[in-house]
Design a protein around this ligand. Sequence first.
Ligand SMILES: [Zn+2]
Length: 289
Amino acid sequence: MVNQKIAAKFKTISTSLKCPLCQESLDLVQYKSLLCPNRHTYDISKHGYVNMLNHSAKNRYSKTLYKAREKIIMESELFDPLHDKISAVIHDYFAHSSTPSLMLDAGCGEGSHLKKILEKSGIGTMTGVGVDISKAGIEQAAKNYKNELWLVGDLAKPPLADQSFNMILNLFSPSNYREFKRILTSKGIIIKAVPRSGHLKEMRNSFYGSNENNLYKNDEVVSLFRKHFTLTDTIHVTDVRKMDESKLPYLVRMSPLSWDSNQAAIHSFIGRNSGHVTLDADILIGINK
Ligand SMILES: [Zn+2]
């Protein structure tokens, strides 16, 4: 049984979506499915999300990873400085607008960043929509967070209409700038977070040793961003937090860094670490050119 409240929300945003197969518009029918004129149908699942992926996607992002991610984002304060800065930018842009607006989190995973940022921004007229290719991530998001809308979708070909989102959020996740430009309204903003060299360095040093090859370099990311959008601001966020020892295993599990590391390295990180963890990121803010 589809939750009527969630179905009603999908109805209000249905003009911002499009059929991933034929690119036609979608309409909500019988409060349970999105349907295009060519009769391609996308049902609202019992958990409240819509799967708009028309091919199966295999990836290594598992339920375990998403549970760990939720734990760290929601229950540790590691990402709070990032959320605060981003929310402040959103607040400045949208606080004086009384018209409804839509925020897309492109590559939202299990949705906790979007949830926190929307909450902190305090823009009552803004609705959040999270899209990710991982069904495990979206299912968890839909179970946990009922105020936002969740779609399984491919960001290479997002099932989203032209100029339909006032804001795009893209945190530590690959970008598809051509599509982002298409989706964003002419006055919309894009906020992208990219890691800097110190990001999670305690964990990377533990896994790989501290050498220069491990350092993230953002120059190319920034110049690619500027090719597509006018960069209006870059905010550098850096912070070191003492993390409760019980949370460290979740930090390891949420990171793809641990995929190629053996159990011994993971245990050694947890055992040896003083509990200090560094958040180090750049927030790029752009507008459509
Ligand atoms: Zn269609």
